[in-house]
Design a protein around this ligand. Structure first.
Ligand code: BG6
Length: 483
C-alpha cells in the first residue's frame, strides 16, 4: 500500500508538551516532518510546541529548534523542498499547571484557522513525575474535549499503586479510548513483523510452543551510558526504563495466542492474557548490575543503588509456554547495542554425529533469531554437514534481512508509526490500562526486594551471574554477535 492509499488522519491540532526536551528533538519534531513528506499527516494541522514559561520560545525560535532537530536526527532533513511549507504549521505556546489559558487560546485559534471540527492530540513528552499534573491541567483548562486524544510517555507509573493512581487520574479526564500509552518498540517494523512471521505463515506456528522450544531470550544491550540523563535515570533504573515497558511488550508479541484480528480489541486482549499468565517475578532469578563509574556520572548520588543493567527469568505459565524460561536482559554500557529475540529449539539426540567443528562457537545451537533493531533480520541457525569425507557438523544459517529484501522508502521510525496510528485513533500498538497494571503487579516482588547491584566493567556483558542465570543454556549474545 502506498502512502496515498493509507487512511489520512482527520485534521488535527497537535500539542507537544516538553517540546524543548530531548524526545521532541530526537524523535517527535523530525518524525512529524517525515510524516508530512510521506503524505501521512492530516490534510491540515497545526503543531503547537509547549513547555513551562521558563523554557518559553518565540514561534521563530521553535521553528529554528525544529530545523536543527530535523537536520541532526531526521530521516528527511530540512533541505527537502517541503520544509518551508512544514514550518507554516509550527508555533509555540508556554503552559504549566494553573497557567494554561494562553495555550487554550492558541489551540482555539489554530482550530479556527483549520476550520471545521479538528481533533486535538496532546503528547505528554514530559518527565513521568509530571504526567498527573499535566493530565489534571488538560482537564481543568478545558483543553481536553471529547474530540481529544492523549499520548502518554513511559514509564507509566513506577509500581502497581502509582500506575493505578495514574490510570485513575487519566480516566477522570479521558475515556480509555482516548488514551495512547506509547511504547515505541511496538512501532518498530521488525517487532510488528513478529506477528506476520508467526501468523501469516504455516511454517513456524506449529512449533512455536513448549513442545519444540526450550528457552526464549529477549536481549537489548546498549553501549551508551546514561550520559546526561542522571535525573531521569537514577530515579528509574534499567528495569523500569526498559523491561516493564519495552521488553515485556515484545514478550507479549512473542508469546501471544493468534488474535482473531489485528484490531486493538483483539490484539490487546491476547497480549493481556500473556501478562495474566506471567508468574510474579522470582528475585532469585534476577540480576541487577551497575557499571563501574556510574556513581561518578554528573548528577548521580555517590551511593546510588540504581541498576544500570538487569537480567531476569520470566515465566509464562500457560499451555503453550509452561516450563519455557523467557530470559530478559537490558542495560547501559554493555558490550554491544543490539535488540535480539532468540528462541532455542530442544536439542535432538546427536550421538550419530560425533564431530562438531571446534572453530564454530555456536556449537550445537538450533535457534530462531529475530534481530529487531531497524531495519532488522530473521535467521534460523542450524547444523549442516561440512563438505568432505567425514560427517562433520558446522553451524549454518538461513537469513532474511529487511535491508536486502524490501525497499525501505516506506519505512517509518517507531515513533512516526505510532503517532500516525494515534491520529487515526487506532490503539492496537498501544498499552492498555489493565495491561500496564498487570505488568507492575508481576514486578512487585522485584521492586519490593531488589537484590543488591553488582558492579560490572563498562563494555562487558554484565556481572558473571548473568551467565549463571541462563545455565544450562547460554546467551545468544555476544558469541553470535555478528549474526
Ligand atoms: C528509551 C529508553 O525508551 O529507549 C532509553 O528510555 C533507551 O534508555 C531507548 O536507550 C532505546 O530505544 P531505541 O529505539 O533508541 O533503541
Amino acid at each position: 500500500m502506498t502512502a496515498s492509499e493509507l487512511p489520512r488522519p482527520d485534521n488535527h491540532v497537535i500539542v507537544i508538551f516538553g517540546a524543548t526536551g530531548d524526545l521532541a528533538k530526537r524523535k517527535l519534531l523530525p518524525g512529524a516532518f517525515h510524516l508530512q513528506v510521506a503524505g501521512l499527516m492530516p490534510r491540515d494541522y497545526r503543531i503547537i510546541g509547549s513547555a513551562p514559561p521558563s523554557f518559553a520560545m518565540t514561534d521563530e525560535q521553535f521553528i529554528e529548534h525544529a530545523r536543527e532537530a530535523s537536520a541532526e536526527f531526521g530521516i528527511t532533513t530540512p533541505d527537502h523542498p517541503a520544509w518551508a511549507e512544514f514550518t507554516r504549521h509550527l508555533s509555540f505556546s508556554a503552559a504549566e499547571p494553573g497557567n494554561a489559558a494562553g495555550l487554550a487560546e492558541a489551540v482555539q485559534r489554530a482550530e479556527k484557522q483549520i476550520g471545521g471540527n479538528p481533533r486535538r492530540l496532546f503528547h505528554l513528552a514530559v518527565p513521568p513525575a509530571a504526567f498527573t499534573s499535566m493530565v489534571d491541567m488538560l482537564g481543568d483548562s478545558g483543553l481536553a474535549t471529547d474530540r481529544s486524544r492523549v499520548i502518554i510517555e513511559k514509564p507509566f507509573g513506577t509500581d502497581l499503586a502509582s500506575s493505578r493512581a495514574l490510570n485513575r487520574a487519566v480516566h477522570a479526564v479521558f475515556d480509555e479510548s482516548q488514551v495512547f500509552r506509547i511504547d515505541h518498540f511496538l512501532g518498530k517494523e521488525s517487532v510488528d513483523n513478529i506477528l506476520a512471521l508467526r501468523f501469516a505463515n504455516g511454517l513456524l506456528e506449529p512449533m512455536w510452543n513448549r513442545d519444540y522450544i526450550s528457552y526464549a531470550q529477549i536481549d537489548v544491550p546498549e553501549t551508551l551510558t546514561i550520559a546526561g540523563r542522571a535525573n531521569f535515570y537514577d530515579a528509574t533504573g534499567a528495569y523500569r526504563d526498559m523491561v516493564v515497558t519495552h521488553l515485556f511488550q515484545v514478550l507479549g508479541f512473542v508469546a501471544m495466542e493468534p488474535p482473531v484480528s489485528l484490531s486493538a480489541r483483539h490484539l490487546r486482549a491476547e497480549k493481556y492474557k500473556v501478562y495474566e499468565a506471567l508468574r510474579p517475578l522470582d528475585v532469585r532469578h534476577a540480576v541487577r548490575g551497575q557499571y563501574k563509574g556510574y556513581r561518578s556520572e554528573p548528577g548521580v548520588p555517590a551511593d546510588s543503588g540504581t541498576e544500570t543493567m538487569v537480567a531476569l527469568r520470566a515465566e509464562v505459565d500457560n499451555w503453550r509456554w509452561h516450563g519455557v524460561p523467557f530470559y530478559l536482559r537490558s542495560g547501559k554500557a554493555l558490550g554491544a547495542s543490539r535488540q535480539v529475540i532468540t528462541l532455542g529449539m530442544h536439542e535432538p539426540p546427536l550421538r550419530m554425529f560425533p564431530v562438531i567443528r571446534s572453530d564454530q562457537p555456536t556449537g550445537r545451537r538450533n535457534e530462531i533469531v529475530i534481530d529487531f533493531a531497524d531495519p532488522g533480520s530473521i535467521s534460523f541457525k542450524f547444523l549442516a554437514k561440512v563438505p568432505g569425507p567425514d560427517m562433520i557438523l558446522g553451524a549454518s544459517q538461513l537469513a532474511f534481512r529487511y535491508s536486502e529484501s524490501f525497499a525501505q522508502a516506506n519505512a517509518l521510525e517507531g515513533y512516526e508509526r505510532l503517532i500516525h496510528l494515534a491520529m487515526l485513533g487506532d490503539q492496537a500498538l498501544f498499552t492498555s490500562a489493565e495491561g500496564i497494571e498487570r505488568l507492575w503487579e508481576v514486578s512487585t516482588p522485584l521492586l519490593d526486594n531488589p537484590p543488591p547491584v553488582q558492579p560490572y566493567d563498562p563494555g562487558s556483558w554484565g556481572p558473571a551471574s548473568v551467565d549463571k542465570l541462563v545455565a544450562p543454556y547460554r546467551w545468544h549474545l555476544p558469541e553470535d554477535a555478528g549474526t
